[in-house]
Design a protein around this ligand. Sequence first.
Ligand SMILES: [Zn+2]
Length: 101
Amino acid sequence: MTCRYFLGAACDCQLCQHSVELQDGLRYAEAHHLQPLGSPHDGPDIEGNVICLCPNCHVELDYGVRTLRMEDITVVLGHVIDERFISKRAIQHTAVIVESA
Ligand SMILES: [Zn+2]
């Protein structure tokens, strides 16, 4: 599932509306699975389980820096988010190694 499937060329972050424009003019966004894929979460790779985010919002959700609420999501016309997957949200990463110079 990619963001272009339901966002088209816009690719604005569905949380902060930031858009990353690449040098070739294309827009960049990352697909975020509300219920993560793979074991032990076993979320499905379907439209209702995906929102598109900028890299910053994506990592904040994956590392549990922020909590996702349905009312924070900008819904795109024709994209139906299945709210059941928000309640199954799990933090995917629990450790971060930060090196300072
Ligand atoms: Zn964002």
